[in-house]
Design a protein around this ligand. Structure first.
Ligand code: 5GP
Length: 141
């Protein structure tokens, strides 16, 4: 397996070198909207620790990512009036990974509505901004 590349896009977002539509942050996790959402509210949950995949992340850091994903999923059910949630996590090119900093996809779902294909649609900034602020607001309580 390749080493962690500190110049991947999500590492740059974590360092504040690239912008993101932030949904949640604590000492170990950062969550932000996917700019090419497969459904409204599609969120990426990443560890702050520099892990490439599920193979190299420390178990405690992985547990923290999953706990945060659950919290965000609970809030997203209400905010996006979702009927369900799809969780995806890809590792290495063979596993479908495109950005090489571990991330979990949290995708709100509606009955009968298919996911858009990956990387097929870039959402408008105003829509992303509104979705991020609603989800972040729900997570703050
Ligand atoms: P994966 O590596 O799990 O296949 O997917 C990477 C995800 O990152 C894709 O869903 C893609 O839309 C998303 N993505 C790629 N570049 C950016 C970016 O610059 N900002 C954000 N927020 N998402 C991105």
């Amino acid at each position: 397996m390749a080493n962690y590349d500190p110049n991947n896009i999500f590492a740059k977002i974590l360092r504040g070198e690239l912008p993101a539509y932030k949904v949640f942050e604590d000492e170990k996790v950062f969550a932000f909207l996917d700019i090419m959402p497969r459904a409204p509210g599609h969120t990426l949950v990443v560890p702050k620790a520099p892990a490439r995949t599920i193979i190299d992340i420390a178990p405690d850091d992985l547990a923290h990512v999953i706990k945060a994903t659950q919290n965000i999923a609970r809030a997203a059910m209400t905010v996006f009036a979702a009927d369900g949630i799809t969780i995806q996590q890809f590792n290495e090119p063979a596993g479908g990974q495109v950005v090489f900093h571990l991330h979990v996809h949290m995708i709100p779902r509606k009955n009968g509505v298919a996911l858009k294909p990956p990387l097929s649609f870039k959402e408008e900034p105003a829509v992303l901004s509104e979705h991020a602020s609603r989800l972040a607001g729900a997570l703050q309580g």
